[in-house]
Design a protein around this ligand. Structure first.
Ligand code: NAD
Length: 386
């Protein structure tokens, strides 16, 4: 699997995170990967499932659509876009027939289209719940980009709609398929270097264009926490393999005039029953930071970069991690398609998206209460165990 993108590298913008280089030769020599059922699934069912991408923005164009040329169990069958000029361009590039092209008004007609098995929602955050629910009502399996929605209540509505319609729901947390991050899970959860006592998980970059939807709460639901801070929350929980019991958070926005509806920067602390404490920083105002580091009884291990599409690097007390880049989105979408084909559990289900949104809401509450430590006693009980 060769990862391709035409994007030119840029510095300290989101694009760095989005990944630019023509790297990523997938060498999957990682025995504990949880999606080993892929090949078995394929043998039992020759049909590739059809995916329709909803929202043809940067992520859909630069990552998901090219990945769907390399997936084994699914392919790009349809598109949903509000931009007329994109229709022909995408149809030609990906060989998509007229009957599989939708806009936001006729989207619900997708219910009658047998070419589409899965709808993948890649819209601004505040639109995820609406389109996930409409997709479920159309009888389609749903993948929602992160964050799953912009509130716990919305997440619950999406989960309920998918359950009611008997369709599967997955969240686009691609790092659950990435070897360095899987190694963090293995090292932390199995206490390979002893008990993890503390972690630092940071994800920041300087946002250049503040007119974009990410800086507008109406569309984003929140600032860097909703967008990239989520990776730090995820990293902490899957490395420790336990749920946090409390959180405290501080709004550290520097240029308050610039950030009118969302935070520009924040810091938070998650505490765990084991005694582990995880500190995080996430910002749209700070220089690029992208790391996940654990301090255990017998030394430190971690990643940096930790969350990008490729170029990830990891270290342990015994040296550097040996893994090559994989095409995360290929693995993620094939894994989901396998769950549909085999009617098995989704590796990254909606409940996990809702769990993270519960933490996000508590972080914002703590920020509003001047950093008060809040209990996470009602957290949805879901973990990704290696
Ligand atoms: P983007 O702005 O490039 O694309 C958003 C798309 O939504 C555009 O095609 C736009 O036309 C469309 N859209 C429809 N209605 C809109 C409206 N009212 N306002 C603005 N846009 C509207 O954004 P993106 O970077 O592609 O992000 C899309 C989603 O994907 C986000 O939820 C983001 O969190 C997620 N994402 C995930 C990853 C990942 O690694 N999993 C990476 C990047 C983005």
């Amino acid at each position: 699997m060769m990862k391709k993108t035409n994007e030119k590298p840029q510095i300290i913008t989101r694009r760095k995170f989005i990944g630019n280089s023509i790297t990523g030769l997938a060498v999957l020599g990682f025995s504990t990967l949880s999606f080993s059922g892929l090949v078995a699934a394929k043998k039992g069912n020759n049909k590739k499932l059809g995916i329709a991408l909803v929202g043809l923005g940067n992520y859909a164009e630069s990552q998901l659509a090219p990945a769907l040329l390399e997936t084994e169990n699914c392919y790009l069958a349809g598109i949903v876009t509000g931009t007329k000029s994109k229709e022909k361009q995408w149809q030609q590039k990906y060989n998509i027939p007229d009957k599989n092209v939708y806009n936001y008004d006729n989207f619900d007609d997708i219910a009658h289209n047998d070419d589409i098995d899965i709808v993948y929602v890649v819209l601004p955050n505040s639109m995820h719940a609406e389109y996930s629910i409409r997709a479920a009502k159309a009888g389609k399996h749903v993948i929602s980009e992160k964050p799953m929605a912009v509130s716990v209540a919305e997440c619950q509505q999406v989960i309920d709609a998918c359950k009611k319609q008997g369709v599967k729901l997955g969240i686009g947390y691609r790092l659950h398929y990435e070897p360095h991050n899987l190694e963090m899970m293995r090292l932390g959860q199995n206490q390979v270097y002893g008990k993890v006592n503390s972690m630092q998980a940071n994800f920041s970059f300087k946002m250049g264009d503040l007119s974009q939807w990410r800086a507008d709460k109406k569309y984003s639901g929140g600032g860097p926490l909703m967008d990239i801070g989520l990776y730090c929350i995820q990293g902490a929980i899957y490395t420790l393999g336990e749920l946090p019991i409390s959180v405290s958070a501080r709004d550290t926005t520097v240029n308050r005039a610039a950030w009118k509806t969302v935070e520009g920067s924040l810091e938070w602390t998650l505490k765990f029953k084991s005694g582990a404490v995880v500190n995080s920083v996430s910002s749209y105002e700070q220089d690029y930071q992208d790391s996940l580091v654990a301090t255990a009884d017998k030394g430190k291990f971690g990643l940096g970069p930790a969350y990008m599409y490729d170029g990830l690097k990891g270290f342990t007390p015994e040296g550097n991690m040996p893994f090559n880049a994989v095409y995360e989105q290929v693995l993620q979408m094939d894994s989901f398609a396998t769950s549909v084909l085999n009617n098995t559990d989704v590796l990254v289900p909606g409940e996990m998206g809702m769990r993270d949104m519960y933490i996000v809401e508590k972080i914002y509450q703590s920020m509003q209460q001047g950093g008060k430590e809040l209990s996470l006693a009602d957290i949805p009980k879901i973990l990704h165990k290696v």
